[in-house]
Design a protein around this ligand. Structure first.
Ligand SMILES: NC(=O)c1ccc[n+]([C@@H]2O[C@H](COP(=O)([O-])OP(=O)(O)OC[C@H]3O[C@@H](n4cnc5c(N)ncnc54)[C@H](O)[C@@H]3O)[C@@H](O)[C@H]2O)c1
Length: 396
């Protein structure tokens, strides 16, 4: 059964992501069954959604009729408290439960047994191998990733992820459906970190290494990336916002899943912050200290130092070093056949708000310069982190 505007959807897991995804689907006109294993959690999430919709009506973003229609389409049915055998037949399930392979695998096993073989089974996992979630199912061809970004109603990007077994027509349908939900889908394989969480690693790692080498402090490096590099936020203020534990876990997961590729090796400064419980804004301190209301205190960048570093030698230029590595990651992903260049650029601009995509930077800066910069970094810091992607070497 192809995915259409009429497709009935189930969202399993009514946490931060699940409730947002349910809102998006219901807003696009779908009937949505909301499910969560914690008793009463799905119903409570629907109440939370009602409050969100009321706020949107107050702000004039929705009419009260639209709001009522959305809420009416979010159904707390017999499966709401987690028993998926009670779920009526649906055309699409989007799973957004805790990030644990065993839990997801069991859910997909039940859905594979209980739902018609044409029902598309999607996971919102950020870091698990979707092939492993689909392993041993009778119909693994209907399993895909639909990786939404937080918060789903506001973030346009959805990574549509294929395993080696996903059916091409299901992937095509899923992309069309995401477009009809007002999203911008990009297609990629189930490679560690998919596109965004993979290509973004050096944005954090390069500055962390510069901090560790005492080239500049966190505020100065943030200033360089933000004010001189054109990024929306610096890596330290951004990871303080995301949570150092969350950002560290993503990096660590990519590192482990790539057999500890030195490109993704976590940096001690961040590990130490996590171990010390300095997780960022949510704990009141991370790289920076935060006042009660969440505003950072005492952040004073050394602007002169930042301007001296940017445009200087590549080893200590936070902007050029970061961009060279983002380009290297982006082209390497394309070389391995994980995604197209266009999708990589779209994903990075929409998923992380980067001012440009890696291939746009490449076109602007030129492969010869990027290769020269990476070779200089490799000479200064040997060990494989700065190895040049063959995709760049071929261009010089
Ligand atoms: N938070 C993010 O920024 C983000 C972004 C993209 C993807 N994701 C992914 O989305 C998924 C959910 O993340 P979240 O942040 O919404 O988590 P969350 O902790 O807010 O919610 C998870 C929910 O799943 C429920 N749950 C646990 N086991 C269940 C089961 N067996 N059946 C049904 N419900 C079950 C929990 O009760 C909880 O309500 C994870 O796979 C995560 O990696 C998260």
């Amino acid at each position: 059964m192809p995915l259409t505007d009429e497709t009935v959807v189930a969202v399993v897991g009514a946490g931060a992501m699940g409730v947002g995804i349910a809102q998006v689907a219901a807003q696009a006109g779908h009937e949505v069954h909301l499910v969560d294993a914690a008793e009463g959690a799905a119903a409570a999430a629907r109440e939370k959604l009602a409050a969100t919709l009321t706020r949107l009506v107050d702000k004039g973003k929705l009419t009260s009729d639209e709001s009522a229609g959305i809420l009416e389409r979010v159904i707390i049915g017999p499966a709401a408290d987690g028993d998926l055998r009670e779920l009526p037949p649906v055309g699409l399930v989007i799973e957004a439960v805790v990030e644990k392979l065993a839990v997801k695998h069991e859910i997909f096993g039940t859905l594979d047994d209980e739902q018609d073989e044409s029902t598309v089974l999607a996971t919102n996992t950020s870091s698990l191998d979707i092939g492993a979630i689909a392993a041993d199912l009778a119909h693994p061809e209907r399993v895909i990733g639909l990786h939404f970004f937080n918060p789903p109603p506001l973030m346009k990007l959805v990574e549509v992820v294929r395993t080696t077994q996903s059916a091409p027509e299901i992937l095509r349908d899923a992309q069309a459906l995401m477009e009809s939900w007002g999203k911008t889908p990009v297609l990629c394989t189930s490679t560690p970190g998919f596109i965004v969480n993979r290509v973004a690693r050096p944005f954090y790692g390069e500055s962390q290494r510069l901090l560790e080498a005492e080239v500049a402090d966190a505020a100065t490096l943030d200033f360089a990336l933000r004010e001189l590099g054109g990024f929306r936020m610096g890596p330290f203020e951004l990871t303080d916002l995301i949570g150092q534990d969350v950002n560290f876990a993503v990096g660590n997961s990519v590192w482990h899943q790539t057999d500890r590729d030195p490109r993704y090796e976590p940096v001690a400064v961040q590990r130490e912050l996590v171990e010390a419980g300095r997780l960022g804004r949510k704990t009141g301190h991370g790289y920076f200290e935060y006042a009660e209301g969440g505003q950072p205190v005492g952040v004073t960048p050394d602007e002169g130092r930042a301007r001296e570093l940017v445009g200087g030698p590549i080893e200590t230029d936070p902007v050029a070093r970061t961009i060279a590595m983002l380009v290297n990651e982006g082209v390497d992903l394309v070389r391995r056949g994980e995604a197209t260049a266009e999708d990589v650029d779209t994903a990075m601009k929409l998923g992380t708000n980067y001012p440009k995509g890696p291939h746009e930077w490449l076109a602007e800066i030129g492969a010869a310069t990027i290769v020269e910069q990476l070779r200089a970094l490799d000479a200064a810091f040997p060990g494989g982190r700065y190895r040049v992607s063959p995709a760049l070497e071929e261009q010089v």
